[in-house]
Design a protein around this ligand. Sequence first.
Ligand SMILES: [Zn+2]
Length: 211
Amino acid sequence: MEFKEHGSKSDILYWSKRLYQKEMSPSTSGNVSTRTNNGILITASGVCLNDMDENDIVLIDYNGNLIEGNKKASSEKIMHTEIYTKRDDINAIIHCHCPVITAFCVAGKPITKAILPDFALMYNEIPLIPYYCPSTIELADIVGKYFENNNVVLLQNHGVVLGADTLQNAFYQLESLRAYIQTYFGAEIISSAKSLNKKQIAEIRQLYIKK
Ligand SMILES: [Zn+2]
């Protein structure tokens, strides 16, 4: 397969820092990757996304083998390669343990309520994958399967994985998801989070299809 150049180390550094600084990927958790002509650039194992330099990003092939770099690739590398292998249209992946999003994973709930028009436009629901030990082939396999029909999934008692055409879009989509959940929690504290009804959801989807 021949792919266009989609991302670079500087791209990963920039969006990784934004993730950390927005408190979406605390401490040394989380990993970020992007597809390139020569393989997949991915963050190294055990690094803080805010404190990396270019040496903390390595190039791997689609089997997870190291092609270039002096560090060990993220322990979730196979989860990333599974998604890229299944989906030609995904060129960037973020996996993180964003606390407010992970709250849904720990509560064991998929995200189903279209409480905001932007959510209704993007998703029917965000599914929750049952718990599998992090960094295992079993986790990578099930995530790959869910990505056949989803661009974002919740991992029970773990975190979130999101893929997009670019890292910039992956970051924006994750930030929107976090904002959705913060709004949801706020509404639940005040009274309860109310969904748009079917007619309102159909209306907003129709409007954007026409544009
Ligand atoms: Zn993780």
